[in-house]
Design a protein around this ligand. Sequence first.
Ligand SMILES: Nc1ncnc2c1ncn2[C@@H]1O[C@H](COP(=O)(O)OP(=O)(O)OP(=O)(O)O)[C@@H](O)[C@H]1O
Length: 259
Amino acid sequence: MDAPLPANGMDQGEPLMRAEGIGMAFHGHAALADVRFQIHAGELVAVLGPSGAGKTTLFRCLAGLARPDRGCVRVDGQDMTRATGGNRRRMARGIALVFQQFNLVGRLTALDNVLAGRLGHVPAWRGWLRRFSRADRLLALECLDRVGLLAKAGQRADSLSGGQQQRVAIARALAQRPRLILADEPVASLDPATAAGVLDLLRGIARTDGVGVVCSLHQVDLARAAADRIVGLADGRVVVDLPAASFDTAAAARLYSTP
Ligand SMILES: Nc1ncnc2c1ncn2[C@@H]1O[C@H](COP(=O)(O)OP(=O)(O)OP(=O)(O)O)[C@@H](O)[C@H]1O
């Protein structure tokens, strides 16, 4: 008999990214301790945990923005933590980041912000002069269309609503043509309905494009509705790693009551 397919219905194969025993301390206090989990193509993994559990520190380690004291992050089996030069840049290009505060340039249009997603793919001088090719412009417009904001392409980013700004940030991530999207509390600044819409969008991208998405969240209900898997961090350790459908009140109690 065939093995059952994972929660997202896709054949998972080799993981895109693997956290292998990540540890990181600040002033002698462990923010992360022996964190291990995997992310596969096409799945949305929600990282939940109480305040101070280490979600942002983990996100920074996965994104290559911080170097863990112990363990490593592997992308396609290669150790990103110790990669240098062109190799590191190539790995970083495959990882797009989405932040709670959107990180758009307010005075630039939505389209120009999305084009920033192409910066890792074009020669530096083109980026400085904002000389993007026709193909890059078409791709950026296509990405805006996918997030439902083609009509806002020429509008300044700071004139858009919070939900629209986060959609532009997701379009920018898409324009990078990433294999992984790491989103640190992407819906923390949004109202519940807008938040659910943004998570639906990320889940659709995971499914349609086969991108792995990791998303830290504070709301259990949103995580259960949008994610394929939930990884629970408490006091820097993974205390839960379950298909979202199996994340019940007992799992939530285990996660949020860990001393
Ligand atoms: N730059 C830093 N210097 C010192 N301590 C830090 C630093 N960054 C994080 N920490 C500590 O590491 C621990 C984990 O913090 P982190 O921000 O990763 O948690 P979090 O789960 O993202 O929290 P929240 O949900 O409140 O954003 C906390 O005890 C925090 O005080």
